[in-house]
Design a protein around this ligand. Structure first.
Ligand SMILES: *[C@@H]1O[C@H](CO)[C@@H](O)[C@H](O)[C@H]1NC(C)=O
Length: 418
C-alpha cells in the first residue's frame, strides 16, 4: 500500500487508540493484481465518521448489534445466523422508557451502548436515525414494539410516552391465541406483507413483557448481475457441496482488500441510496469464523472501509432469499443484562413484578440480481475473481450514518428458505 509515512503513523496511532487487536494497516494486499489496480482506486482520506450525535448513535446501535451477533453466532457455530440489530435496539429502547432510571434503565443503556453517548436527546436522535434508515430506497423495513400482559395493570402514561416519541404504541395483551394473530398481523403490516408468521407459538403465560423486533431487507445493487439462477457448487465444511443458485457479473466494481490476520478477503459492494454490503470470505472452507466475528466493531468496519481498494472483479454471489427467526432473550445475559433479567424493575410501566417472556426476532432478506447500472464491458487490465462459494459472513451498512442494518453468517445456504 502506498501510504505516506505521516498517514501511516496517523492510522497506526488510531488503531492503538481504539485498542484493536488487529493491525489493519498491515492488511497485506498480497494479490499482485490488487496493487496493479491501485491507480484506479487511489487512497482515500481517513475521515472520522462517528462525530455527530446521529453517527455516534449509529455506532452505538452497531456495537450493540455486533455484540448480539457474537452471542448468537457463538450459540451454535455450525448454523446460519441473521440479525437486524437496530430493530432490537429500537424495541429495547422503547422498553427502557418504562424502566426505573436508577437501575433497570442504566443496565439497558449499558447493553445498548448508550452510556458511550453524551446525548441528552438520545431518544430524538434514535427516532431521527430510524426515520432516515427507513427511506424507501434503502430497502429496509423495521417493526419494533413492546407487548404487555394486561393483568400487570399498566400505566397509560407509558403508552402515551412511547407513542409520542417513536410513533408506535405499546400494546396490551389479553392472553390467549388471539394475541398471536394480532402480533403477527401487525408485524406483517409493518413490513409490507414480507414478514409473515412472526410468532409460531403462543407467548409464555408466566411472563408479562414481550419486546419484538422484525425486519425485511431487499438489497438493491447499483450494478446489476447479468447472469442469475445458474445452479453451482457451494463448498461446505466437512460435507459434500450444495448446489445453489448463483448470480454472476464480470467487471463488477467493488472495493476489495485482503486481511491476512483474519485469513479472508473482503469486498464492499455498493447498493442504492447510500447502503453497502461487506462480504468476508475466509480463504479456507470453514464454518469457524470466530476470528472475523470477534473483530467486528463499528470502528473496525469504518477503518476497514477506508483501506479497501476500488477494483473490477468477476463477481459470483449466491442468490439469497430466506427468513430466520429466533428468541434472543437467552442471549441478553451475555450482554450484561443478567441483573436486569433477574430484577426487572419497570416502574414506569407497572408497580407489579414484571418479567420478560421472550425477545422474538424475525428477519426476511432477498438479494436479487437487479440493479440500475450495467457493468462496463471493457475488460479490466488484470481480472480478479471473487467467488462467494463457501461459508461467509456479510453485513449491510448505511454509509451515511455508519449504522449496521443487517448481519449474517451463511454456513449452509441449502437450508435457507423463506
Ligand atoms: C475456531 O478458530 C479459532 C481461531 O482460529 C480457534 O481458537 C478455535 O478453537 C476454533 N474453534 C473450533 C470449534 O474449531
Amino acid at each position: 500500500m502506498k501510504l505516506e509515512g505521516e498517514e501511516k503513523t496517523k492510522t497506526l496511532e488510531k488503531m492503538m487508540r481504539t485498542t484493536l487487536l488487529l493491525c489493519l494497516w498491515a492488511l497485506s494486499l498480497s494479490y499482485a493484481q490488487l496493487s496493479e489496480t491501485e491507480e484506479a482506486g487511489g487512497e482515500e482520506e481517513a475521515v472520522e465518521l462517528f462525530t455527530t450525535d446521529r453517527t455516534k448513535m449509529a455506532a452505538a446501535t452497531s456495537d450493540f448489534g455486533y455484540n448480539l451477533f457474537r452471542a448468537l453466532a457463538g450459540r451454535d457455530p455450525k448454523t446460519n445466523v441473521f440479525l437486524c440489530p437496530i430493530s432490537v435496539s429500537a424495541a429495547l429502547t422503547q422498553l427502557s422508557m418504562g424502566a426505573s432510571p436508577d437501575r433497570s434503565e442504566r443496565w439497558l443503556y449499558r447493553a445498548l451502548r448508550y452510556h458511550t453517548l453524551q446525548d441528552p436527546q438520545l431518544h430524538n436522535t434514535l427516532r431521527d436515525l430510524l426515520a432516515s434508515l427507513r427511506a424507501p430506497g434503502k430497502g429496509l423495513s423495521i417493526a419494533a414494539r413492546i407487548y404487555l400482559a394486561r393483568r400487570l395493570r399498566l400505566k397509560q402514561d407509558y403508552f402515551d410516552l412511547v407513542e409520542k416519541q417513536y410513533g408506535v404504541r405499546p400494546k396490551a395483551l389479553m392472553g390467549g391465541a388471539k394475541d398471536v394473530s394480532e402480533i403477527n398481523d401487525w408485524v406483517k403490516q409493518q413490513t409490507s406483507g414480507k414478514v409473515n408468521s412472526f410468532l409460531s407459538k403462543p407467548l409464555g403465560r408466566n411472563a408479562g413483557v414481550f419486546p419484538v423486533g422484525a425486519a425485511y431487507f431487499k438489497g438493491k445493487w447499483i450494478t446489476r448481475f447479468s447472469q442469475s439462477g445458474a445452479m453451482e457448487d457451494f463448498q461446505l465444511d466437512g460435507e459434500a457441496p450444495a448446489r445453489i443458485p448463483m448470480m454472476q457479473q464480470d467487471n463488477y466494481p467493488v472495493k476489495m482488500g485482503v486481511d491476512s490476520d483474519l485469513g479472508c478477503t473482503i469486498i464492499q459492494i455498493q447498493m442504492q441510496d447510500d447502503v453497502s454490503m461487506f462480504v468476508f470470505l475466509p480463504d479456507d472452507v470453514t464454518q469457524n469464523m470466530t476470528l472475523v466475528e470477534d473483530s467486528l466493531t463499528a470502528e473496525f468496519v469504518q477503518d476497514l472501509s477506508m483501506t479497501l481498494h476500488n477494483v473490477k472483479a468477476a463477481l459470483t454471489l449466491p442468490v439469497l432469499k430466506f427468513s430466520y427467526s429466533t428468541d434472543l432473550l437467552p442471549l441478553l445475559a451475555e450482554l450484561g443484562l443478567d441483573e436486569f433479567l433477574a430484577d426487572t424493575d419497570l416502574s414506569k410501566i407497572t408497580t407489579q413484578t414484571a418479567k420478560l417472556g421472550s425477545l422474538n426476532h424475525k428477519v426476511v432478506m432477498e438479494m436479487a440480481p437487479e440493479g440500475t447500472q450495467y457493468a462496463s464491458s471493457s475488460p479490466a487490465q488484470a481480472p480478479l475473481t471473487y467467488r462467494v462459494d463457501r461459508p461467509f459472513l456479510f453485513l449491510v451498512r448505511d454509509e451515511a450514518s455508519g449504522a449496521l442494518l443487517f448481519i449474517g453468517r451463511v454456513v449452509n445456504p441449502r437450508s435457507l428458505r423463506i
